[in-house]
Design a protein around this ligand. Structure first.
Ligand SMILES: [Zn+2]
Length: 418
């Protein structure tokens, strides 16, 4: 911090003050407001705060917050790490994260997909980690193609080492723009946004999974040196050594996140024997995957913001006898348009007791009806717990899948559980 010009130091201090104030007044964790004030004072602050540090930027449609957390944990092998662990993933949040850890030489920043090019340019990050790209909120396929193009061009202008998922064609194509790359076969469950070649628009040949190639221009999946084996719950490293994962986070999506984190750590010289135990310690990330026990029922919270996220969440649901609550809002952070609900296949929920909640529960209800999935309307998680408990006294679990603000409301009901 002491190497920063006076004006930047002042901006960082002001930003920290505002963040503390925001936290103290209960208006959130303060990451955004703190950064906003700092940016007004010193627009170049992000670049200045990045100087003399080694940064990794993490971006994707899904899994950014979790993967950032995993990588930051692994890199603590090297010393203190600056990171935006509360998920404030735009430049204001980055400024706050860096200003709060002036002495950390390492930094791991979650970056909103749209901001990646400008944050990469400002920070001159050494490492860029890319996992997946799919439609989100209002975005549609054409927009994410454009996003991938901007990533590719930004990587081409930088010297960053990219660690990327070879199995996601859009991500791989973007990553091919980098001068240095580590490819991870991390899998891709949601394929609806990547049937076309990002290079020429040709129809991709995607068989056998996870292989893909374009018969028109010849672009193909890069050879991966790391891979996830979901069936065996393990990761295979470049020396073909197999590492049983045994994570405390559920599902294939988190196995993918962990494989990417291990490959990233290895790029820093931290081998799986050191990084994996640190990943295994993590049980929840900003309330995601956390469980609250209420009236003897374990309520597990899953955040899913878009079709790909819902698909991953369905895959980690408990056995069908466990009821599930689906909660959907359509506030600004969620996207006002709920038409994405129609992109998800709900038929896997048949045979399970389903409750629908949230401000847009009628949109969801209509969608479930179309898929012949019986459902019940609910107002609050506690009402569902009481109802389930009254009807089946031996019930022990309920899963909750909610989109962003719906998730935060439920989390707030339980005291902002971590
Ligand atoms: Zn092609």
């Amino acid at each position: 911090m002491s190497e920063l010009p006076l004006r930047a130091q002042l901006a960082a201090v002001l930003g920290k003050g505002a963040a503390s104030l925001s936290r103290a007044t209960g208006r959130g964790d303060g990451s955004v407001i703190g950064g906003k004030i700092a940016l007004k004072v010193e627009p170049d602050l992000l670049a200045q705060l990045s100087r003399g540090r080694r940064l990794a930027l993490v971006s994707a449609t899904n899994g950014k917050t979790t993967t950032t957390r995993l990588i930051a944990s692994a890199l603590r092998e090297l010393g203190p790490v600056a990171t935006n662990e509360h998920g404030a993933n735009m430049p204001t949040g980055h400024i706050t994260a860096l200003a709060n850890s002036p002495d950390a030489r390492e930094a791991v920043l979650e970056v909103d997909e749209k901001y990646l090019p400008q944050v990469l340019e400002a920070t001159k990050a050494a490492v860029v980690v890319l996992m997946n790209l799919s439609r989100d909120q209002m975005d549609r396929a054409s927009e994410i193609n454009l996003l991938a193009k901007k990533w590719r061009e930004a990587l081409g202008r930088s010297q960053a080492h990219v660690v990327a998922n070879a199995d996601d064609p859009l991500v791989a194509w973007a990553g091919m723009g980098a001068h240095y790359a580590t490819w991870v076969s991390a899998g891709q469950r949601w394929k609806e946004d990547s049937w076309c070649c990002p290079e020429c628009g040709g129809h991709l040949k995607r068989d056998p999974d996870p292989h893909w190639e374009c018969p028109e221009c010849g672009m193909r999946r890069p050879e991966a040196t790391w891979s996830v084996d979901n069936d065996a719950d393990s990761v295979v490293d470049p020396a073909e050594q197999r590492w049983p994962l045994r994570l405390n986070l559920p599902g294939d999506a988190n196995r993918a996140n962990a494989a990417i984190a291990m490959a990233t750590a290895a790029a820093y010289g931290i081998q799986p024997a050191q990084s994996l135990p640190r990943l295994q310690e993590i049980r929840s990330v900003a309330g995601r995957y956390t469980s609250v026990v209420t009236d003897g029922v374990e309520v597990r919270l899953l955040l899913a913001k878009n079709p790909a996220g819902w698909l991953e969440s369905f895959a980690v649901l408990d056995p069908p006898r466990v009821p599930v609550i689906l909660s959907v809002n359509a506030q600004i952070p969620d996207g006002k348009d709920t038409s994405w609900l129609w992109d998800v296949d709900y038929t896997v929920l048949r045979g399970r007791r389903v409750f629908v909640m949230g401000e847009r529960r009628t949109d969801l209800a209509l969608r479930l009806e179309t898929d012949d999935v019986p459902f019940e309307l609910a107002d609050r998680v506690s009402d569902v717990v009481a109802k389930v408990k009254a009807e089946s006294p031996d019930a022990t679990k309920i899963d909750v899948i909610a989109n962003y603000t719906a998730f935060q409301q439920i989390r707030a009901d339980y005291g902002r559980v971590q």
